[in-house]
Ligand binder design. Sequence first.
Ligand code: DC
Length: 221
Amino acid sequence: MSTPPKIIAIDGPAAAGKGTLAKRLADHFQLELLDTGLLYRAVAGKVIDIGVEIADDPKTYSASAGQAARGLIPADLEVDGLRSDQVAQAASKVSALPEVRAALLSFQRSFAEHPPYGGQGAILDGRDIGTVVCPEADVKLFISASTEIRAKRRFKELQERGVEAIYARVLDDMRERDARDTGRDASPLVAADDAFLLDTSDLDADQAFAAALDFIETRST
Ligand code: DC
């Protein structure tokens, strides 16, 4: 077995299974976990809260979003409602703004280098962790699954939370967000060249964890 990783980067599109996998790997290796999507959701939440609409023209919300990102504090991450699909779409829009990404970069890097609660290291999940935030990570995983499977997972999750949803709408939202997150100029969603690619379309959470662990424990470092 190789030495335990100090920094694990997990990237991939929405509902691919990154979050669940990240939690399990964090427990296993005693790493502190940062869900970086929550930072972008919190920025979007702050902009929405001050009454600025996050619509199609970035000019109408870029200044507010930049300000929100620069002033982000831990309490902003605890706000109710950040997990909604409406906030997810808004987060995807503000995350395309270079000034928002720049403002959140140092927080993410310092979390990775100095995990806050005395963990053995850090695990960050997001879209650009292996490529931009932690290009030197010991382990990079890129988690994907077909769009339909991801939309089904999200639909089921919404139903379980008692949120009314229409599958076709969830699928459309997923496609729209994927297109924006992969097509933007600033740190687009893309697998790092040295990432381990894991397609979870036909895997449950246990199988995905086993596959990731197998890769990590047999990697040569
Ligand atoms: O992981 P999530 O669904 O909570 O992320 C919400 C949005 O935030 C996502 O659509 C794109 C953006 N994001 C990003 O651009 N970079 C990251 N590292 C994490 C999230």
